[in-house]
Design a protein around this ligand. Structure first.
Ligand SMILES: *Cc1c(COP(=O)(O)O)cnc(C)c1O
Length: 395
């Protein structure tokens, strides 16, 4: 029996495996699904998720940083691992020694990585990143001739693939995505005309994967779908996904209070009648009640955001965070604190130690919150992160 903390996240690895199988069933034979497990597999835990996917037959993974890739190798992940983000020269020897593939998005890196690989007497696996409209990293059209020359002078590089990343894949209007794809095709033609052999092309993320089967090429990259979510509500239900993510907190304090009781900082909440207030051990430091800054998607959305803000100014919190207690929605009372939150239980019968279910965004959930992993409905592993303190050697 696992000793339960006051706040924890349950992750159902069978759901992740289910999602993997569902995505695979949408791909033509020969198309590889590269599992994107960056940012700690979107908060689920990169190592257990990658291990579960490897059991399911997944052989290609992607992360943003070299340290994320090294962590997977340390935990026995055998498959191909691609680092999507830029890397630095200090990281290359270790990455190459661990058979980690690097994304190359700058010309100088070709000769530099080639030199590191030569010294190590190994071949460096690389993917080229093309800039087709995201405006982040990659080679533009003008750089391609010089890129081809540099590649030909780099015998220790093993060009595994060429890719680009979509900017508006999740939006309804597909025009921009088509333009990005046109550029991608054009750039690849230029590379090939210059004698560069490209074994693998990839452009699709989760949205592209669902919307553009004709853009799958040899490989597609997906993270969002594996985690059981759709890139936008418009995609809902297009494939059968299971959500592996459940956040639970125990009631750690209970109090019956009279009508008129103020709750929380700035007294933003006033109890309308006698009620029971419960405290749970979660707050904004854990990522609760924190949301990314949203840009309104259209006029109606803008109006909604304005109304919400005006209401808040007059002390009405619209769209207040809710938690679930025994299947019933319960309101958060007042402002969410740094690590404690009060919920208004009304007259529901409840006891200390009972569980509530919380909405908590996967990528914002603090990595310090323990993760409990389930397989076949039972908890099989627990992850608790305690940061060690290392002295810095001053020379
Ligand atoms: C994050 C990321 C993906 C995965 O995107 P999803 O929409 O989560 O599937 C694919 N490619 C790159 C380059 C990424 O950074």
């Amino acid at each position: 029996m696992v000793n339960m903390p006051n706040l924890w996240i349950e992750i159902d690895l069978d759901a992740v495996k289910h999602n993997y199988r569902q995505i695979i069933s949408k791909l033509a034979p020969g198309v590889t699904l590269m599992a994107v497990v960056k940012a700690d597999a979107y908060g689920l835990g990169a190592v257990p998720v990658a291990q579960a996917l490897e059991e399911e037959g997944c052989r290609a993974f992607a992360v943003t940083r070299v340290e994320e890739a090294l962590l997977l190798r340390e935990h026995g992940i055998e498959g191909e691992i691609l680092v999507l983000g830029p890397s630095s020269p200090e990281e290359w020897p270790q990455a190459l020694a661990q058979r980690i593939n690097l994304t190359v998005s700058r010309l100088e890196w070709i000769a530099e990585i080639n030199e590191v690989a030569r010294q190590l007497e190994i071949k460096a696996g690389i993917h080229l990143k093309l800039e087709t409209g995201l405006g982040r990293t990659g080679f533009t059209r003008e750089m391609l001739p010089a890129l081809c020359e540099a590649l030909k002078a780099a015998p220790y590089l093993d060009l595994r693939g060429v890719y680009t990343h979509l900017a508006r894949g999740a939006q309804r209007d597909k025009t921009y995505t088509r333009k990005q794809h046109e550029k991608f095709v054009q750039y690849i033609n230029i590379l090939e005309e210059n004698g560069i052999n490209i074994p693998c092309r990839h452009i699709c993320n989760s949205a592209g994967l669902l919307d553009f089967p004709e853009y799958h090429y040899e490989l597609v990259r997906s993270g969002t779908l594996l985690c059981g979510h759709f890139p936008s509500p418009a995609f809902s239900g297009t494939i059968d996904l299971k959500d592996p993510w459940t956040v639970k907190a125990k009631i750690v304090h209970l109090q019956r209070v009279p009508k008129g009781t103020f709750v929380g900082y700035q007294s933003l909440y006033k109890c309308k009648k006698e009620t029971t207030l419960a405290v749970i051990d979660v707050g904004y430091a854990d990522g609760f009640g924190v949301a990314p800054k949203l840009v309104p998607q259209g006029f109606v959305d803008l109006i909604k955001i304005i109304i919400k803000n005006i209401a808040a100014l007059f002390g009405f919190q619209l769209g207040r965070e809710k938690v679930l207690f025994k299947g019933k929605p319960v309101k958060v009372a007042g402002k969410i604190g740094m690590q404690l939150t009060v919920i208004d239980m009304g007259n529901l019968e409840c006891h200390p130690g009972e569980e509530v279910f919380l909405p908590l965004r996967r990528t914002l959930a603090n990595s310090r919150i323990p993760r409990l992993y389930k397989k076949n409905g039972v908890i099989c592993a627990k992850r608790v992160i305690r940061e060690g303190i290392l002295p810095i050697n001053q020379e």
